[in-house]
Design a protein around this ligand. Sequence first.
Ligand code: RB5
Length: 149
Amino acid sequence: MNESKNIIPIASDHGGFWIKEFIKTQLTDAGFEVKDLGTYSSESVDYPDFIHPLAKAVNEGVYNRGIIACGSGQGAMMTANKYPNIRAGLCWNTEQAKLIRMHNNANIISLPGRFVSLSAAWEMVHTFLTTEFEGGRHVQRVEKIGKIL
Ligand code: RB5
């Protein structure tokens, strides 16, 4: 068994740094093992430099699910979604975190660090990690995402 499949990788730029730090603590306290892929301070950086390594690893099956954040959550999500096996969803509330799992089988959640509270971010992450894909009619829809014309 691949042990790292049970580890949750997390990455952000400076705009998502404080949320990353908070989520990391919450995950650890809740018994999850976390792999922090940076950034490691609130100094300004380019989000793709930190999101690419996480997305690549999830894309290749090193990890099952990942957490990313930037100021708006948008750039991080766009970067991650460049990888064919990645379905990254940007979430603003818990209902969205539930839906990206149930309907889209998302394997990465993207958080807008400058627009949500720490407690809301944790609630979304916890929901994302504990909600299963609904399957059924959503299977063929998810499969069609990659079938670009
Ligand atoms: C950084 O200022 C900001 O542009 C970044 O965190 C993110 O919001 C990009 O999408």
